[in-house]
Write a protein that binds this ligand. Structure first.
Ligand code: SF4
Ligand code: SF4
Length: 439
């Protein structure tokens, strides 16, 4: 099998054996949901339900505020208790809609298949459906998906690349989706193809998921109305980063500072596909997601399907608790995830992982030995040690001159650093400073 890939990158231990063979299980419906109105890049949604309002599954509770924004829906029957301000895992503040859940009524709710009129699917109706469902990119960026599927009329889009890579260590939720919901994902691709008539549809999967490659290849062979080709990829981090994946799958290079549409490509993550099929085939907006709870500090690692707004504490309960040896909790994977100071957060559309790491999984930081390994690892050809040094010295303009904003925070440099210097944390700090102060 020929395995495609990109230049540079690193080979971290994947730690996927903890959960890759575990089927997706539903988390019990919690008594309270805390649903952020800012779960996406762009402007937060505006609350449309007041305190005391009754809601039902799929009902709008947050209206998109402008084009680059996303709708938010209630996952449950219940009552809006209040709207509160709280931080998101990355530190930004957000309004949250707190819902007291009617668990009994919610448990009885079943999303029924609805008849889809395939002849009505056009670029406009597909994009409108994506917007109505509140779908955002769930490979990490949480960019509103309808924006991605609204390229300017001058853009010549010919290729759809599906991101089934899941290169972040520990995370296995996309892997499980590809195994357990293969046809559902391919139905989503067929829907997209009706709207966009792609010349090529390339489904990229890393070769450490041979069962997923086999399942998708077998199911794709049955599809006669979309040109789907599975592309097995070499196991290397960050193979799932958009620009790296596009290069590996198509051989095209997205120029620095440009978007995939510049080279005729749209990339979609597998969970984004799942949400799309949920909307068009069941009428279910994006109200839940699959999340991997893992790390050596959690009693029973699992792949869980949780309603958006489920408190993280409920996920921990569903996994039998955590041990005393946990030294770090991460939202997301170990390469791009965010360290959490508390557990007072809830599941959002972008939650892919919750990791409980022990001492052995979190190496101590030393001093820079000027070895250059961080530079060797960077797929964007940046100078991570210099960017981090500028950030430490508050020299933000100098960092910007060195293409600070081309860093997409993949963490390959920090992984490759023998001194385990927190390069990404410093770079992220500098990027935030530059953004907030509009330097
Ligand atoms: S500098 Fe940024 S893009 Fe380069 S390896 Fe580090 S985190 Fe990744
Ligand atoms: S890899 Fe680490 S130790 Fe080596 S030059 Fe970069 S920051 Fe310094």
């Amino acid at each position: 099998m020929t395995l495609k890939t990109f230049r540079k990158g690193v080979h971290p231990h994947d730690h996927k054996a903890l959960t890759e063979s575990l089927p997706i299980e539903a988390v019990p419906i919690p008594g309270t949901l805390l649903i952020p109105l800012s779960q996406h890049l762009g402007k937060p949604a505006t609350p449309v339900k007041e305190r005391g309002a009754e809601v039902m599954p799929g009902e709008l509770i947050g209206e998109a505020d402008g084009f680059v924004s996303a709708k938010v829906h209630s996952p449950v029957y219940g009552t809006v208790k209040k709207i509160v301000q709280q931080p998101l895992p990355a530190g930004r503040m957000s309004d949250y809609v707190e819902i007291t859940v009617d668990r009994e009524q919610t448990a009885e709710h079943v999303w029924q298949p609805r008849e889809l009129d395939w002849d009505m699917l056009t670029r406009e109706t597909v994009t409108a459906g994506i917007r109505d469902a509140g779908i955002v990119g769930m490979g990490g960026a949480t960019f509103p998906t309808h924006v991605k599927f609204s390229p300017p009329p001058t853009a010549e889009i010919d290729t759809l690349v599906i991101n089934g890579v899941e290169c972040e260590p520990y995370l296995t939720c996309d892997h499980r989706l590809m195994l357990e919901h293969t046809t559902h994902l391919l139905d989503a691709i067929r829907i997209l193809h009706r709207g966009f008539a792609f010349k090529k549809i390339l489904f990229g999967i890393e070769s450490n998921k041979p069962d997923a490659i086999e399942a998708v290849t077998r199911a794709a062979a049955e599809v006669t109305d979309a040109p789907i080709e599975v592309v097995p990829l070499k196991v290397k981090y960050p193979q799932g980063a958009e620009k790296m994946l596009i290069y590996a799958a198509t051989g095209r290079t997205v120029p620095a500072g440009k978007l995939p549409l510049e080279v005729g490509v749209i990339v979609s993550n597998v969970f984004t596909l799942s949400a799309l099929a949920d909307w068009f085939l069941l009428g279910k907006p994006l109200i839940d997601r699959v999340i991997t709870v893992s790390g050596n500090g959690v009693q029973n690692p699992r792949n869980l399907r949780a309603l958006v707004g489920t408190p993280f504490a409920r996920l921990v309960e569903a996994c039998g608790g955590i041990s005393d040896s946990v030294v770090k909790v991460l939202a997301g994977g170990p390469m791009m995830g965010v360290a959490l100071p508390t557990m007072d957060y809830s599941v959002t559309k972008g939650s892919s992982g919750l990791l409980f790491l022990t001492d052995a999984e979190v190496p101590a930081e030393g001093n820079c030995i000027k070895c250059g390994r961080c530079v060797d690892a960077c797929p964007m050809n940046l100078m991570p040690l210099t960017l981090a040094a500028y950030a430490r010295a508050n020299k933000f303009l100098e960092a910007k001159e060195l293409h600070l904003n081309d860093c997409f925070e993949c963490g390959a440099c920090a992984y490759n650093c023998p001194a385990k210097i927190k390069l990404v944390a410093w770079i992220r700090y500098a990027k935030n400073y530059v953004r907030v102060h509009k330097l």
